[in-house]
Design a protein around this ligand. Structure first.
Ligand code: NAG
Ligand code: NAG
Ligand code: NAG
Ligand code: NAG
Ligand code: NAG
Ligand code: NAG
Length: 289
């Protein structure tokens, strides 16, 4: 497979392009810890290198998800990589490789590390975590651009309405991801009236989870939303095993798997959509793919 690193062409073009493309691989969050210090030449470090390179190759080959365990006893190391369900193999491979580079700079000789990007996440540990459904190492983010405030009666009404719509969207998208998708991934949109015409949402579990396990994982994130995302016009909760995100602009590739409401309902009472979302069929419930 021919895969081009994000800044490769930029050497010959302009820095602007490089910055733009590499921003897709900005670290959202990383955490590393060491229960012991590994040296560059230890068996553990050797196993780690072997693990990372297998994760990259296999995840790209297996459409975005792979786990592996290398070595034995104290030098055993397990890893997991997950690419966002809508990204293609070049973006997935570039993102995973970027994570190796970043981890070797930020977490040298760590026995355990987790790193999140827009398009992928990676976790490795000397603890065997692959047979667990634990979704710890969670991080949440809101969009800095705006929160509907509690400063007037109409704002409070607008905020409650917005929160409800976000919840309706992400509950439905999470159901779709858990019970009606091929790889635990689904996207959706909901038409609203205020403050913007459309909310975009995404839910994902690692595809090794059963439907019920995936749903339970996402439900735990949904339960946190009222306290995390009160009125925020975008947000995400990232975990190693499942994650969700919503925005008031399109941020995923391809048609949404789920559409709630319609443009006409929304525009009857509110704003006209400035930018109709990509869509092939109304109330589409095609399988996430
Ligand atoms: C590992 O080495 C670093 C630098 O020498 C030191 O600061 C740290 O405390 C050590 N960690 C452990 C777990 O021994
Ligand atoms: C690691 O091994 C290489 C080759 O055997 C050697 O040159 C290097 O000095 C070793 N580094 C450490 C930190 O032991
Ligand atoms: C992967 O997706 C990116 C962004 O959508 C696109 O620019 C690129 O051409 C795609 N690559 C392949 C091999 O499809
Ligand atoms: C990622 O790293 C692997 C292993 O080092 C390599 O085979 C592959 O070509 C790299 N992919 C990209 C997109 O650079
Ligand atoms: C996971 O696997 C490890 C090693 O194989 C084992 O020690 C641990 O008990 C297992 N945990 C669960 C929850 O099955
Ligand atoms: C807005 O009001 C609600 C209900 O009184 C309260 O729970 C929430 O913390 C307030 N939010 C902000 C941002 O002040």
């Amino acid at each position: 497979m021919q895969i081009i690193p994000p800044c490769f062409f930029a050497l010959f073009l302009t820095n602007l392009i490089c910055l733009h493309l590499s921003s897709a691989y900005n670290i959202l969050y990383q955490v590393c810890s060491s229960t012991r210090n590994e040296s560059a030449n230890s068996t553990y470090s050797f196993n780690l290198d072997k693990l990372l390179s297998s994760l990259s190759t296999e995840a790209v080959a297996k459409r975005g998800f792979h786990t592996n365990t290398i070595g034995a006893a104290l030098d055993q190391i397990s890893g997991l990589v997950l690419c966002r369900g809508d990204v293609n193999s070049s973006i997935c491979g570039n993102c995973i490789n970027q994570s190796f580079t970043d981890l070797s700079n930020l977490c040298p000789y760590s026995t355990e590390a987790t790193i999140f990007y827009d398009f992928c996440l990676l976790r490795y540990s000397n603890q065997q975590f692959l047979n667990s459904t634990d979704n710890s190492q969670q991080v949440y983010k809101v969009r800095e651009e705006g929160q509907i405030r509690n400063n007037s009666r109409s704002n409070i009404a607008a905020k409650n309405y917005f929160n409800n719509e976000v919840n309706t969207l992400l509950s439905s998208v999470s159901n779709q991801a858990a019970y009606d998708s091929k790889k635990g991934f689904a996207t959706g949109i909901i038409y609203i009236t205020e403050p913007l015409p459309v909310i975009y949402g995404l839910s994902q579990c690692t595809p090794d989870f059963s439907s019920n396990t995936c749903h339970a994982c996402l439900q735990d994130l949904l339960d946190q939303m009222p306290k995390r995302f009160d009125g925020w016009k975008g947000g995400r909760i990232l975990g190693v095993r499942c994650n969700l995100r919503y925005e008031i602009f399109p941020f995923f590739d391809g048609n949404p798997n789920l559409q709630i409401g319609s443009i006409s309902e929304a525009s009857a009472t509110g704003d006209q959509p400035t930018q109709p979302p990509p869509m092939n069929s109304p109330s589409s419930t095609s399988k996430g793919d």
